[in-house]
Design a protein around this ligand. Structure first.
Ligand SMILES: *[C@@H]1O[C@H](CO)[C@@H](O)[C@H](O)[C@H]1NC(C)=O
Ligand SMILES: *[C@@H]1O[C@H](CO)[C@@H](O)[C@H](O)[C@H]1NC(C)=O
Ligand SMILES: *[C@@H]1O[C@H](CO)[C@@H](O)[C@H](O)[C@H]1NC(C)=O
Length: 414
């Protein structure tokens, strides 16, 4: 028995490698009132392996990288101060995210259309990363090939050209930059926008958006990051495969190397107004978005910091989706699907089981970073603990022992 345990431990250590734990900083969170204002010096660099600055954009006429808030990015030296996080946390890798929802897909589509334009963009990215001594870029094109988002049919090809050419320039110039793409797990988006296998081969890392898979716009109450299909998804049109497990599995089956996959988790909830307060199960009819929060100020959306305290009150009924493995809660007509430590543990278990490269959290300013409900940054800290576990100090000793053995076995056989 002892022998078996030892062998299992050895093999799991041999396969272990330090996982990524990528944290996202959002520039717009600084404008929130009072203690809701999240500043660059609030970034807990000790908890993350990477921090991403959201967002920069693509210039419509020059096709170069563009600052979206020059008064802040440059005027208030935000990018410089962001880059200086490395003085305080030397282990940190710092990336810029380009694109996002408000930016839209049209400018990517226009830029990626021709090689000369892609070269303009790529050149400006390399220059920018060099100038600020940053470590890489995450492309957040939402979504290639999607007409509603300003896309075109050829986006599927041109997105791949963009990623491949960017990665090639980085390699040829021997730059240490990470080329990261953010991609959906909703498999209905794949056919029009993503050469999945080739994209994964070209990019260094693939950040998969494992949240926002449901919301008030669907007109039924549900958690927004289920790990597996629930019975309810079969009766709801076209939701059968819209979940984290099916989405990630699709990428893996298309040939995406698991160690490049970084699973995204939400530090926010999606809220709804129930049609009937007595009908509050998953799938209940909803008539709109829950009220905006005092900080994030968006209907149907609440940062964990905006509701964690409410959930301690008896007024809220707290439930668990035992197939999707996510919590939800309701009071009167307000319904929320969110993530907590239990559901994040399930996501961590999934990452371990599939041997994925790690996790990212969106976003730091939505966690309870002032500690209104206890220790500051509870969810970020929870995820960080898993990242820490994978940094076993002497794991390479086990690996090298195992490697030598493997080589010897191979030699013996041949
Ligand atoms: C976009 O690029 C053009 C041409 O270089 C420049 O004149 C313009 O200021 C840029 N726009 C922004 C918003 O940076
Ligand atoms: C949470 O509690 C605060 C303070 O009591 C209240 O203003 C807010 O409306 C509550 N939020 C929700 C979603 O019920
Ligand atoms: C390889 O295996 C042989 C026999 O199994 C053993 O004698 C030898 O010491 C091993 N070599 C190493 C480097 O472990």
């Amino acid at each position: 028995m002892k022998f078996v345990v030892c062998v299992l431990l050895m093999s799991s250590l041999a396969l272990a490698a330090e996982t990524r734990f990528v944290c996202h900083y959002t520039t717009w969170s600084r404008d929130r009132p009072d203690e809701g204002s999240f500043q660059i010096n609030d970034i807990p660099g000790n908890l993350c392996s990477h921090v991403v600055y959201n967002f920069l954009g693509v210039n419509e006429t020059s096709y170069q990288l563009e600052l979206l808030q020059p008064d802040y990015d440059l005027g208030e030296r935000a990018i410089e101060r962001f880059a200086a996080l490395k003085d305080q946390f030397p282990h940190l890798k710092l990336l810029i995210a380009v694109g996002g929802w408000a930016h839209g897909g049209a400018r990517f589509s226009e830029m990626a259309k021709f090689r000369t334009r892609r070269n303009q963009f790529i050149g400006s990215v390399i220059k920018f990363l060099h100038q600020y001594r940053l470590d890489g870029i995450e492309l957040v094109w939402l979504y290639p090939g999607n007409f509603d988002r300003g896309g075109a049919v050829e986006d599927k090809d041109t997105f791949l050209y963009l990623v491949s050419e960017l990665a090639k320039v980085v390699r040829d110039e021997k730059k240490p930059y990470e080329v990261v793409i953010q991609v959906p797990v909703d498999i209905s988006r794949m056919a029009v926008g993503y050469h999945q296998e080739e994209l994964c081969a070209a990019a260094d890392f693939v950040h998969m958006v494992g949240y926002d898979l449901r919301g008030w716009w669907n007109n039924f109450a549900d958690v927004h990051s289920p790990l597996a299909p629930r019975p309810n998804d079969l009766v709801m049109d076209s939701f059968e495969h819209v979940n984290v497990g099916d989405g990630v599995q699709d990428w893996l089956e298309k040939g995406c190397p698991p160690e490049k996959v970084t699973l995204g988790v939400a530090l926010f909830g999606r809220t709804y107004l129930l049609d009937d307060p007595l009908d509050n199960t998953i799938g209940a009819v909803t008539i709109g978005a829950g009220d905006p929060g005092p900080y994030s100020n968006e209907p149907g959306y609440l940062g964990y910091c905006e509701f964690c305290h409410n959930l301690t009150s008896d007024e809220w009924t707290k439930k668990w989706d035992d197939v999707g493995l996510c919590p939800y809660a309701y009071t009167e007509t307000t319904w929320i699907g969110y993530e907590n430590e239990r559901s994040l543990q399930e996501k961590i278990n999934y990452v371990k089981q599939k041997r994925l490269g790690g996790l990212y959290a969106f976003s730091l300013d939505l966690d309870d970073y002032r500690g209104a409900c206890g220790e500051p940054f509870p969810l970020t800290r929870f995820l960080s603990r898993y990242h820490d576990e994978t940094k076993i100090k002497d794991w390479h000793i086990f690996v090298s022992t195992t490697e030598r053995k493997e080589i010897n076995t191979t030699e013996g056989e041949s």
